[in-house]
Design a protein around this ligand. Structure first.
Ligand code: ARG
Length: 578
């Protein structure tokens, strides 16, 4: 199956090749920039005309003649210096929309080249509790995973949690001094963030504690059984905290998806050996480093990627090299996506370059850093509590639900408590997720409760409400035994615009699978709801004849299905009533 855009691209390309005889010519079909220019436009003629030194408008006319009789195209016109404006056939649009009614899966067109795609996302550091800094990676990654799966790719989630390193020595030392009192330990661990702070405080101030902590790191690395048991206990506790957050966010990361940093420990000596064998290692101040020409410091001096410190310890980059090799060779990835903070961009450029140079990754395996910006407070600095503490994700989400609860109570005081709670939960969590996902991921953004909970604009409450409203119309008519038909007719321009937009959903999802910008999906859903509102205002349902009424209800129902699918790809389950 192909999307409309793909079919047009093929059709115009064939016509162009037939007319000009150049096998490499392509149609270059894009969306029309304005409705009066049609639905799509083809730009491929100009390059060919230049190459053949022909008049582009004449060539375009020949192509249009060759297109005649195509069932997709109602009409095509030469425009400007040699563009072709394409107007789709209403009958074909109606038929395609009707086909989606009977099989909503047809709203998404699977990729013609399914791949194995590894997505590294969320990946918090387990020494501390998940905080707002982990929100973006977790939900952007989750949305990308949903999109890629919907396109038929084989997606392998990898939660590359930080569970190793010197911090854990400090935490184990603190645990061990509490463990004489089992209950005290459990209750202390329940507040993981507080636990970390207490340990750090002792590390910084208590005589002897830092040495103790360092001794524990060594013991841990040597595989000391008691130490490993304490470490495991801590990791388990921390993972449960993460899972609580994943559940709140409906993020589908499971234990199976964990590939913690420690998983790669046994591979690290091999990484060093292999880099050495490939003559990529240089000793610098006792550390083993890779210097690559493309990485230079500000002053032009070479920038090292440190692989092993002088004390034998490994670094974040060393583990990532082992992880790349594992993903390429063991998981068989065609593509690896790293959904990680933009501030780690140099790290990934270096790690990708070193793995290419060392042959740790198959040549046809693509590595991509899906970078995201920082969530800021109103003061323009990374989001913190008033007292300057880090905001725990659990607490942020709980607050979102409380605020949504107030909103629901204010709008709908008559709902039962359980209904209010259900709506508040959905609206609260969806608002936090949506407000984040609707921002271009590469930019920083300011976290703002009032705009995310607004019923106006490109927000979760607006979209959830739009969906619930369509459902309520369908329910109301169903009570009068009026049901959607199975054929959509496109009589008015508002119906046509809505149908075109719905059919373009498949094209958008394909694009998202390539460039991984969920904000485009948010914008699409917002525009779709806008087109629905226009349709709903100007195309009466009840007051029209039976056929038209059934067609309009069908179009409304198809809009709802599309909205729901889109929201699901963002990790949001819409409500039937609001
Ligand atoms: N644990 C890291 C952090 O909290 C993120 C890990 C991202 N993934 C990776 N393969 N490096 O910053």
């Amino acid at each position: 199956m192909l999307t409309i855009k793909e079919s047009l691209e093929n059709t115009v390309t064939d016509a162009l090749v037939q007319v000009c005889g150049i096998k490499e010519a392509t149609g270059q079909v894009i969306y029309a920039s304005r409705p009066e220019f049609g639905d799509y436009q083809a730009n491929g003629v100009m390059a060919v005309a230049r190459q053949l030194r022909q008049n582009p408008r004449e060539l375009a006319t020949l192509v249009i003649n060759a297109l005649s009789g195509n069932e997709l195209i109602a009409r095509a016109e030469v425009a400007g210096p040699g563009f072709i404006n394409i107007f789709l056939s209403d009958d074909l649009l109606a038929a395609k929309a009707s086909a989606c009614l009977s099989d909503p899966n047809a709203l998404i067109v699977p990729s013609q080249h399914p791949q194995t795609i590894v997505v590294d996302y969320s990946s918090p550091n387990l020494a501390k509790e998940m905080h707002v800094g982990h929100l973006r990676g977790t939900i952007i990654g989750d949305s990308i995973v949903r999109i890629l799966e919907a396109l038929g790719h084989c997606v392998i989630r990898q939660n590359h949690v930080g569970d190793w390193g010197t911090q854990f020595g400090m935490l184990i030392a603190h645990m061990n001094s509490l463990s004489s009192d089992k209950r005290a330990l459990s209750s202390n661990l329940a507040d993981l963030e507080g636990f970390y702070r207490a340990a750090k405080q002792r590390f910084d101030t208590e005589p002897g504690f830092a040495d103790q902590a360092r001794a524990y790191v060594v013991k841990l690395q040597q595989g000391d059984a008691d130490c490993l048991a304490a470490w495991q206990r801590f990791i388990e506790e921390s993972l449960q905290h993460c899972e609580e957050v994943y559940n709140l966010l409906s993020v589908g990361l499971k234990r199976n998806d964990l590939r913690a940093e420690s998983f790669y420990n046994k591979e690290l000596p091999n990484i060093v050996d292999d880099l050495h064998d490939k003559s990529l290692l240089t000793e610098s101040d006792g550390a083993q480093c890779v210097f690559l020409d493309e990485f230079k410091g500000k002053d032009g001096s070479p920038l090292p990627v440190i692989i092993q410190k002088s004390d034998g310890g490994y670094l974040y980059a060393s583990t990532d090299l082992a992880a790349i090799r594992y993903r390429s060779d063991n998981l068989g990835a065609d593509r690896v996506l790293y959904v990680v903070d933009a501030r780690q961009s140099l790290h990934f450029q270096q790690v990708f370059a070193v793995s290419r140079a060392a042959g740790f990754v198959r040549q046809n395996c693509k590595l991509e850093h899906i970078a995201y910006g920082t969530m800021m407070g109103e003061d323009g600095k990374p989001f913190k509590t008033r007292s300057g503490d880090i905001v725990k994700l659990r607490e942020l989400l709980a607050e979102a639900v409380l605020r949504a609860q107030d909103l629901v109570t204010e709008k709908n005081p008559d709902l039962s408590d359980s209904e209010k709670a259900l709506i508040a939960n959905t609206v609260g969590i969806a608002s936090v997720k949506y407000s984040d996902l609707s921002k271009n991921r590469t930019s920083d953004y300011v976290f703002d409760w009032s705009s995310m909970l607004s019923f106006e604009g490109n927000t979760a409450p607006y979209l959830l409400y739009a969906y619930a409203r369509i459902q309520s119309v369908l329910r109301r008519l169903e009570e009068e035994s009026i049901y959607p038909g199975d054929h959509i007719q496109l009589q008015q321009s508002e119906e046509r615009s809505l149908a075109v937009k719905i059919l373009q959903f498949a094209e958008l999802v394909q694009l998202l699978g390539e460039d991984c910008y969920p904000n485009q999906l948010c914008l699409y859903l917002y525009e779709l709801s806008g087109l629905f509102m226009k349709f709903y205002e100007s195309c009466p349902i009840l007051k029209s004849d039976a056929d038209t009424r059934r067609s309009r209800l069908a179009l409304a129902s198809l809009t709802a299905v599309t909205l729901k699918k889109g929201l699901n790809l963002l990790g949001i389950e819409p409500l039937q009533r609001m």
